[in-house]
Design a protein around this ligand. Structure first.
Ligand code: BTN
Length: 322
């Protein structure tokens, strides 16, 4: 509710009560209509105190993202310079894909306060409650072969991990290929979806989901042992606009670095932030389970495991169990 007159009236009188009668008179609406609007605003996350004979007072507003706040902290030339900020959508991946098909420019960013059908990797759902996370999809148009997509996945993980460390101070690391963990629990997931034509990328949608200000009780019970949030880990509220801008700043820098110098420098950065390398892992993938010690990334971005016979096995996709 962007230009709600009732909300504007209460905001203009901070800390004060305004009676239902006065609101109804000033807005020329019935007392029932006032009550209905208050309830609708409550559903959107506004909090009111209602006291009989005194009226209503605004005591809390939802933590809403604002385009200007994000823009003020951007240091990019193209990334996020075109922004779609949505209240609610099924999945920002879908919204970004539609924009891509309509010819939107590289760097267009779609952000939603809430997703009702958030998607994770391998057909899983992604829990995306309102106002507490960063749910966003960036449109990229790299003029490269389809084989570039896995590198883009790793590059995105490095960018997001660096931004999270910078903004929250938390000791975040990357689990291959692109989960961001803090203290062994997942705080962010990345989903790269690509459309190709003749072996070349037509566009990629880099979907990033970060659990920012979720409280322990906001996390579904079945995920509590494996998922966390930046607020839980850092003990403080994190400014989502600052985090979004930091991710975009890092991402554009690394994207340009890749254009100029290829994957080698990105690989070094990824390895430095990795929590996978050096550990015995099991990978659940297309070829069944493979166990071994994670040794390195190869030049294409595949994970190199040393199996129990001492041979190197390259893993191109799958889920890693640490
Ligand atoms: C994963 O770890 O499984 C990937 C999760 C990706 C979630 C993000 S949230 C923004 C974008 N929209 C979606 O529907 N998914 C991605």
């Amino acid at each position: 509710m962007e230009h709600n007159k009732l909300l504007e009236m209460l905001k203009a009188a901070p800390g004060e009560y305004i009676s239902g009668e006065e609101i109804s008179r000033r807005l020329s609406i019935s007392r029932t209509a006032v009550w209905k609007q208050i309830n609708k605003l409550r559903e959107e996350g506004y909090e009111f105190e209602a006291v009989s004979r005194k009226g209503y007072r605004l005591v809390g507003s939802p933590d809403k993202l604002e385009e200007a706040a994000i823009g003020a902290m951007l240091q990019t030339s193209g990334f996020a310079r075109k922004l779609r900020l949505l209240d609610v959508t099924s999945s920002t991946q879908e919204a970004a894909r539609l924009l891509a098909e309509e010819g939107a420019a590289e760097g267009t960013l779609v952000i939603a306060e809430e997703q009702t059908g958030g998607r994770g990797r391998q057909g899983r759902m992604w829990f995306s409650p309102p106002h507490k996370g960063v749910w966003m999809s960036l449109l990229l148009r790299p003029r490269r072969p389809l084989a570039f997509a896995p590198q883009l996945t790793l590059l995105t993980a490095v960018a997001v991990c660096r931004a999270i460390r910078k903004v929250s101070g938390a000791d975040a690391g990357i689990k291959w290929p692109n989960d961001i963990l803090i203290g062994g629990k997942k705080v962010c997931g990345i989903l790269i979806e690509s459309a190709g034509e003749d072996e070349m990328i037509k566009y990629c949608i880099a979907g990033i989901g970060i659990d920012v200000n979720l409280e322990p009780e906001d996390i579904p019970a079945e995920l509590r042992s494996v998922a966390t949030s930046l607020k839980i880990e850092s003990g403080r509220h994190i400014d989502r606009a600052e985090l979004i801008a930091a991710v975009m700043n890092e991402l554009e820098q690394l994207y340009k670095l890749h254009e100029e110098e290829g994957f080698a420098p990105i690989r070094l950065l990824w390895e430095a932030l990795s929590v996978t390398l050096g550990r015995r892992v099991t990978v659940w993938g297309g070829r069944g389970d493979i166990s071994g010690v994670a040794k390195s990334l190869d030049e294409s971005g595949a994970l190199v495991l040393q199996d129990e016979h001492g041979s190197d096995v390259k893993i191109f996709s799958g889920d890693v169990q640490l």
